[in-house]
Design a protein around this ligand. Structure first.
Ligand code: FES
Length: 105
């Protein structure tokens, strides 16, 4: 499955990954700066905040209540904001593109 991280300065990182990882784990495993994943992916730190590309927002489904609560701690949250640790990568998400917030840079 191919996912793309776009840095806030426009740099694009296209990653080919196996399925079953969270998007946060994919970022960490590939040294994408801008995603820290401080809590290890249990939805408790908001350092994995990403903006989902417009084309993909509806395909990812709804945020969980816990995710919405945690996003309140993140800066510059929009309706496209998600926590990358709560997005599981599978083939249905092939081509997924997310943008990294300036505040996490
Ligand atoms: Fe901590 Fe996602 S890694 S909330």
């Amino acid at each position: 499955t191919r996912v793309t991280f776009v840095q806030h300065d426009g740099a694009r990182h296209q990653i080919e990954t196996g399925d079953g990882y969270s998007l946060m784990e994919v970022a960490i495993n590939n040294n994408i700066s801008g995603i820290d994943g401080d809590c290890g992916g249990v939805c408790a730190c908001a350092t994995c905040h990403v903006y989902v590309d417009e084309a993909w927002t509806s395909k990812l489904g709804e945020r969980t209540a816990m995710e919405t609560d945690m996003l309140e701690l993140a800066a510059d949250v929009t309706e496209r904001s998600r926590l990358a640790c709560q997005i599981k990568v599978d083939t249905a998400l092939d081509g997924l593109t997310v943008h990294l917030p300036e505040s996490q840079h």
